[in-house]
Design a protein around this ligand. Structure first.
Ligand SMILES: *Cc1c(COP(=O)(O)O)cnc(C)c1O
Length: 426
């Protein structure tokens, strides 16, 4: 079998292919460890589906109010079991991760309450939800204030600052697991558990929400296993397994999740309404595939870090660090390199492979942004994608891949484009 012949057909040269093989030879043990986590999480998801007796009736479509929607209600029990929580809200009516987080926050904070982040600034889109940047209907407009304790310079928790930031009005603490588009490290679930324990030792009745985006199934435990009252995320990232076409989830205590349901629909209605619109097969099957899909994305991230670090580019996380989410940042150092990298990711896509990504002035950003994504589900970032703002240090954020082999192809193609642009010599 001439493997390289197939890669050649995609436009990947022998030199690039062989460079990739050399790097891969040293990654066997790490890939085995990732497979172990996936195996554990696969069994966890399977057990939750079996104990909730998932059957064909749960895949039926409902419309209108969606009263007595067994498929939807059972999916929520499955999610609650996977995350080891009392309750879950998993809905196509939750439009994205930001929406899920906004529901969780606004449902559990009342006028006069304070929200506190012990891990520095939250994800960009939450700035408007909270009111750090002015927006209509922000928490700030409703009289909810916000406090923040920044991380120390080395990325660790500043416990003195956290203690000082917690006061009698502190009602909810928000912890973001993934670094998002920041350069700080992502936190392990164990670290998050230590942070939650500290916050609750300062104020026992405080509630903790974890923004779990990009973190699901990367480890064998989730933040809900270490004291979080709510874990929140998007179904077009990890837990949708690439099949969910829309949706978000909130898993947590019954007290918190009930409030989220009333906020999402209406007081009095809560979880009783919300038709599933025929999406149940994709949501169940996507969750079922998610541990494997996440493992492929992680292998891709590690492969990318090892390739690009060897070529002299700084990577966060670096080539050998342990992983707590599926995001890989590669500091490419120039506009040209960012463009070449993203062209490669785009050219390797199953969808829209023939389009060329260009930097553009995206609304809401203070510099040009480049994005590469050729996804079956629009904007899905569990599918192979890369993006970044065109400004120093010219870092590209790379994530996803529905299969490890596609992630591999995308990374090889990014390298191919870097070589063709004369930016890299192998
Ligand atoms: C993606 C993401 C969000 C927002 O999710 P959207 O689906 O893009 O609205 C929030 N927090 C983190 C850490 C994320 O990665």
């Amino acid at each position: 079998m001439d493997m390289h012949m197939m890669y050649d057909q995609l436009g990947i040269s022998r030199a690039v292919y062989e460079y990739g093989e050399t790097v891969l030879r040293d990654l066997k043990e790490r890939f085995e460890a990732i497979d172990q986590v996936a195996e554990y999480n696969q069994a966890k998801v399977l057990a939750a589906m079996q104990s909730n007796r998932v059957n064909a009736t749960h895949f039926a479509a409902t419309t209108g109010y969606g009263y007595n929607d067994d498929g939807r209600d059972n999916l929520e029990r499955v999610y609650a079991d996977v995350f080891h929580t009392e309750a879950a809200l998993v809905r196509p009516q939750i439009t994205c991760g930001t929406h899920a987080l906004a529901v969780a926050l606004s449902a559990n904070l009342l006028p006069g309450d304070e929200l506190m982040s012990p891990v520095g600034a939250p994800y960009d889109t939450l700035e408007e939800v909270i009111g750090i940047r002015e927006s209509k209907c922000s928490l700030k407009e409703y009289g909810v204030t916000y406090a923040q304790a920044d991380l120390k310079a080395d990325g660790s928790f500043d416990y003195d600052a956290i203690r000082a930031a917690i006061n009698e009005r502190t009602k909810l603490i928000t912890i973001q697991r993934s670094k998002g588009y920041a350069t700080r490290p992502s936190f392990s679930v164990t670290q998050i558990g230590e942070l939650i324990a500290f916050c609750k030792s300062v104020k026992p009745d405080v509630k903790v929400m974890v923004d779990n985006c990009y973190g699901e199934f990367v480890e064998t435990i989730e933040p809900s296993d270490v004291g979080a009252d709510m874990v929140v995320g998007s179904l077009i990232k990890n837990p949708g397994g690439g099949l969910a076409p829309i949706g978000g989830y909130i898993c947590g205590t019954k007290e918190c999740v009930d409030r989220c349901a009333f906020r999402l629909s209406a007081p009095g209605l809560g979880q009783e309404v919300g038709a599933n619109l025929g999406l149940m097969p994709a949501l169940y099957q996507g969750l079922f595939l998610s541990p494997t899909v996440v493992s492929g994305a992680l292998k891709g991230a590690i492969f990318a870090a090892n390739i690009y670090e060897k070529l002299g580019y700084a990577c966060v996380p670096n080539a050998t660090e342990s992983r707590h989410d599926i995001i890989q940042a590669v500091t490419l150092g120039s506009r040209e390199a960012m463009v070449a990298f993203c062209k490669g990711i785009q050219a390797a896509a199953p969808v829209d492979s023939y389009v060329t990504p260009e930097p553009w002035a995206m609304p809401g950003y203070d510099s040009e942004v480049i994005m590469a994504a050729g996804a079956f589900i629009q904007g899905s970032s569990i599918e192979l994608s890369a993006d970044g703002p065109i400004r120093p240090p010219y870092a590209v954020y790379f994530q996803g891949g529905l299969t490890w082999l596609h992630a591999k192809t995308g990374i090889l193609m990014s390298l191919q484009k870097m070589v063709e642009a004369g930016l890299v010599k192998l």
